[in-house]
Write a protein that binds this ligand. Sequence first.
Ligand SMILES: Cc1cc2nc3c(=O)[nH]c(=O)nc-3n(C[C@H](O)[C@H](O)[C@H](O)COP(=O)(O)O)c2cc1C
Length: 455
Amino acid sequence: MTQERETPEIRSEETGTEADTRRVFLRRAGGVVLLAAGGLAWRAYDTGVFDAGRGPAYEPWQSWRGAGPSEGPLALVRAGVLAASVHNTQPWLFRVGANALELLADPFRHLGPMDPFRREQHISLGCALENMVLAAGAQGLRPELEFLPGKLSQPLAEAPGVPAPEVVARLRVTPSRRDISGLYAVISQRHTNRGPYIADRGVPRETLWAFNDLAREDDSLRLVLLENGARRAVFDRLMVEATEAIVADQDMIAASNAWFRLTPREVEKHRDGPTIDSFGLPPLSLAAVKMLPKPEPEKTHRQWVAATRDVQLATAPLVGIIAVRDPYERATALRAGLFWQRLHLWATAQGLAMQPMNQLVQAIDRDRQLKRASAFDGGVAEILGGDGWRAMLAFRAGYPTVAAVPSPRRGIEGLVLEEAPASSLREADLIAEQGDLSPGSAADPAVARDDLRRR
Ligand SMILES: Cc1cc2nc3c(=O)[nH]c(=O)nc-3n(C[C@H](O)[C@H](O)[C@H](O)COP(=O)(O)O)c2cc1C
């Protein structure tokens, strides 16, 4: 009975409500889809899925040529800030005068236990110097570099009192013929590429010879290039082990993580640090990473080790080490930076991708800071041939599978110190307007420019 009574009821209910239920379901599902789409769109917007490399934080890459070939010394600063720097810390400040510029280390912009002797900070400053030298040539200025001597020590920030910016190099400029180098032309195209490279497309022999020629320009450096073989295997193993050592060191990994900028808001606020866009992910993975919730730190650390081993090393046809005799000499670190920037610009002009992989050096310095024997130091000495050369910067190179993107930059406004040696920022602008430093340095800048056009 019950069944009989119930069955028709149920049937009629079903019949009556089937369409309704479907409508309700579709309405609700539609709502859910809309909500989800809305949520995703919001998250996509919030995480900047669609606007990689856009906004004020990327503007210095567009405006770096400033007022053009007669801008004067500020053009050097604009080019300088586009250089590579460890973790995109941009540890530079400038003093700008009529005939000289000073480059200063910003004591608050270093990686602490990741770079305890500020070696990488100084390499980064050297990178800026290379861009400045190239920009000087393009401005019709002959640059003369002077490095401040001395040894690298523990960070000033750890010393008592408020640390002050420290002059590390001086660049004297005298008017000369304009010299626009091919490397100058690619300053804004050079970007660190962390994506997979084409594993079976080796770097041509002539390019390797050219790398070595560039290295020979500075006899304080030695360039060691490795493709295959036993030393390459040791390099790869040590690099992975160094990455593992870093993620196991709470202080190091915390210092590193503090510089990552994972949302557009953070990017716009700080205009520095590594961003998700700069991870070198293929487009779909990049969008997915941006949309997914932030993973647990342990997971990202495991992913870093895996990416180092299975992507960055596994697909790199070439790795290299820039070696020096005394890695704790300030001028040597600066020179290594000049060389790295030059090498990377040169590679960029050839369509090659490059990435510093400096975990090895970071692990060596951490061991030194904690006064413990370093397996990494010994291992690298073995790769370098054991005749007193020490690692300064390790890297990989190859042909890219994913285009590298610009990383954020701070504009030059806050970076040029008021108490400039000869003139303040405003005065430097004035000098440029007056043509004091325009090419040819004739009393009348217009004459100087005409002169140039005739050359
Ligand atoms: C001294 C030094 C060490 C670096 N070490 C690494 C590294 O270990 N891994 C990496 O992916 N990038 C490394 N970089 C690259 C910087 O992260 C990169 O220059 C910075 O994020 C700015 O990006 P850009 O080079 O594309 O302008 C290093 C750069 C310098 C100058």
